[in-house]
Design a protein around this ligand. Structure first.
Ligand code: XIL
Length: 455
């Protein structure tokens, strides 16, 4: 009997005594018998952080009364009595095993079972039965005709370690996740702060990694003092011109491209321009003005318009291409944010973004790629099936990108390195695994999907 079972008996003892003492007729009716209820077997398992071939098994069964717990580790050794604390079990041989916990009491037997997959070439026991990628090819070496990008932060490039190691080995382009946006670079009027941006740009330059600037104008990263601007409209416009000129000039020759305007289109019907402070104070052609100032500051820098739902919404896509057409020679490329899911948008809708961009002779940036595996929040872990579906979608996206003509290629940027760093966790508020590395920097099947898309 486990220690915790004794505690459970102690827990019900007062109720039992109370029941007995309240029963005035107990002399006549004999002892009260409380029938035992079944105790449901439950356990949790995890891989040992210190040994990828050791499974940690934690019997979580709880219930009233005495019960017996036994394990079947699925390796042909029969039943083993559960001992107090966590069981550590080695799995050295490749294969699929069924681990079972059998719990019985006077009311009968209950069983909990879980599948364990071991693939030593993938590093040992596969998390959630998911054996990740075993590839040793670096993404940036496999993609020879375009940059493979990812995001970073100044704190991460300054800290070094695994983040920097993976960035350097797999990626040929970086984007600042949030520190090259107006609210960080221009926190108060007249006071620029390029500390974080400089760290990121210098890291790229020093390591021969392309830097994509993101994003000069974005309604969601506009500082309060700009949203609440108190001067005249022409003072506002002069302020924006100074901001764009100062910023683009600072990084002239150091970064390859800028998203000049991000997410200017409304999602609502008709997809009009979002009613941002820039539109209000500078008019509908604020986009053109911003592109002109950026162009003037660094004529060699590629200028992009960047927006989301380009594949899933044909209306938004049309509105985006209208902006692009109006910009004429001021724009070099289209940034299509690829925040998508394992089950959509469809291949043909993603292809439509590529086709529209290529037909205009512009560069295409598949920007901000992450592929949700749990869009409906119906999963608590990344199952093998979802990991396969996610891999297939990564492959599809890369295949579409890799098939466009060379002249239209620029970069495919993934929005995050490892699953637990994805912005989507906060944004949607529930579990997901949208990236190519798991929480421990293991390459997922998605990584193979990326590589296969290049073949
Ligand atoms: C997100 C970052 O990932 C977050 O860290 C930040 O707090 C908010 O912005 N579209 C964009 C990106 O263009 O800049 C956003 O990045 C994600 C949506």
């Amino acid at each position: 009997m486990k220690i915790k079972n004794i505690f459970n008996i102690l827990k019900v003892l007062p109720i039992l005594l109370l029941t007995l003492s309240c029963d005035g007729d107990s002399d006549n009716d004999g002892p009260i018998i409380i029938p035992p209820t079944r105790v449901q077997a439950t356990f949790e398992m995890s891989i040992s952080p210190s040994d990828p071939n050791v499974l940690l098994l934690d019997n979580k069964t709880s219930g009233i009364g005495d019960f017996i717990s036994e394990w079947d580790f699925g390796q042909g050794d029969g039943l083993v009595q559960d001992l107090p604390g966590i069981e550590e079990v080695r799995f050295d041989t490749d294969g699929t095993f069924s681990v079972r916990l059998l719990v019985s009491n006077a009311a009968g037997l209950t069983v909990d079972s879980k599948t364990v997959v071991v693939d030593n070439s993938a590093g040992g026991i596969c998390p959630n039965g998911n054996c990740g990628s075993t590839s040793t090819s670096a993404l940036k070496d496999a993609a020879t005709t375009f940059f493979v990008g990812n995001i970073t932060r100044s704190s991460r490039v300054n800290a070094g370690g695994k983040h920097v190691e993976v960035l350097k080995s797999d990626f040929s382009s970086i984007t600042s996740e949030y520190e090259m946006k107006m609210n960080v670079m221009y926190p108060s009027q007249g006071n620029y702060d390029f500390t974080a941006a400089d760290a990121i740009v210098n890291f790229g330059v020093n390591n021969g990694i392309n830097v994509h600037g993101h994003a000069l104008i974005w309604h969601n990263a506009t500082p309060d003092w700009v949203n609440d601007f108190t001067g005249t409209d022409s003072e506002f416009e002069a302020m924006v011109k100074d901001y764009i000129t100062t910023t683009v000039t600072r990084y002239k020759g150091k970064i390859g491209s800028w998203d000049v305007v991000n997410e200017a289109i409304d999602d609502g019907s008709g997809n009009p321009l979002r009613n941002s402070v820039f539109k209000q104070k500078m008019g509908d052609d604020y986009i053109k003005k911003c592109f002109q100032w950026a162009r003037d500051a660094d004529p060699d820098c590629l200028l992009f318009y960047n927006d989301y739902n380009m594949a899933s919404s044909s209306g938004k896509r049309a509105a985006m291409f209208k902006i692009v057409d109006d910009l004429g020679d001021l724009i070099d490329g289209v940034g299509a944010q690829m925040h998508i899911s394992y089950n959509g948008p469809s291949k043909s809708n993603i292809q439509a973004v590529a086709n529209g961009t290529v037909s205009r002779g512009l560069k295409l940036h598949f920007a901000e790629l992450d592929i949700r595996a749990n869009p409906n929040n119906d999963q608590t872990s990344l199952t093998s099936q979802r990991a396969d579906a996610q891999k297939a979608k990564f492959k599809e996206v890369v295949q579409i990108y890799n098939s466009i003509p060379l002249d239209n290629k620029y970069a495919l940027t993934v929005w995050g390195l490892k699953d637990n760093e994805s912005w989507l966790l906060d944004f949607w508020g529930h579990a997901d695994w949208p990236l190519m590395y798991d929480d421990d920097y293991n390459k997922k099947k998605a990584y193979d999907g990326f590589l296969e898309g290049l073949q």
